[in-house]
Design a protein around this ligand. Sequence first.
Ligand code: KG4
Ligand code: ZN
Length: 332
Amino acid sequence: MITLGIESSCDETSAALVKNGKEILSLVTASSAEIHAAYGGVFPELACRRHIDAIIPVIDEACKKGGVQPKEIDLIAVARGPGLVGALLIGMQVAKGLSIAWEKPLIGVNHVEAHLYAAMMGSQENPQFPALGLVLSGGHTLLIRIDGIGHYSILGSTVDDAIGEAFDKVAVLLNLPYPGGPHIELLAKEGRKENFSFKAGLVKRNPLDFSFSGIKTSVLYAVKDRTLTLQEKKDVAASFQETVFLDVIRKAKLAFNQFNPKAICLGGGVCNNLRLRDLFSSHFPSAQLFWPPKDLSLDNAAMIAGLGFQKFTQHSRSDPLDMEVAARIPLR
Ligand code: KG4
Ligand code: ZN
């Protein structure tokens, strides 16, 4: 069964063809990140305009690269939220149009759930459940108990900035381009983390919740009214990154000890960071870790197609054509 996935929730316009939920026949992504660079974050109106220009060519290229004709597509899956409403609408309208024109069933999927599913796309076998899930992206920071695909309980989330957002904001303070995460990772490699001391936030109400706005302010005070040398920038990057990641590890351990999961699934753009991967491997030496394969950490349509296939086969139903997008939708 071949699924066409469409993703447009933020600044990536992406289309993919995926066979039986895991085999990626093609994945084509156009990013508008470079136009947001001047603003230090995504400028929604500009992202929408780029989606309009890019979406049809991206779908067309995905079909060509995958060697698949429209008549061979069995299902269309689209991200229906959470995300920027204007941006989501463009993917949704195109998905509905193609569903009518090509007479294919349509399914709307949760973008955050798709980030978790991306972690499962690297191996034929799904993880054993219950599993501990972490979504570490520009928009979300979540600790989740996964009892099966579609069965989730949120254990912790951020009370302010998302983890990727914190990387992006600290990058602005260090005069690095948007998105800042990869640049901070690069600088941190040669940084001496002991030269700056930062702390991640504690949330009294729930020890599994995250708070990153305090550390961002601490970085601001450490760098403001000063011209940092390159080495000092590297030191700030290393200390910030390590502090944030050790906070994630500490909370992941707390959650792990609550229900002894059989696996850990990690998804979202921050999972591209190799230091994060090393830390998880060393702190959870005997846990089975599921990371997204190459190109599936950042926003992409392959995870949308894969999850769409799973949902469609689980419930064997198509979503109605009056389905709506939503800026926020709960994970379930
Ligand atoms: O999952 P994603 O593409 O978008 C959302 O759904 O939010 O994640 C984008 C986020 C950005 O904040 C970006 O700075 C961060 O992921 N990111 C990284 C790295 N690569 C991307 N953060 C830390 N280290 C990286 N190597
Ligand atoms: Zn995302």
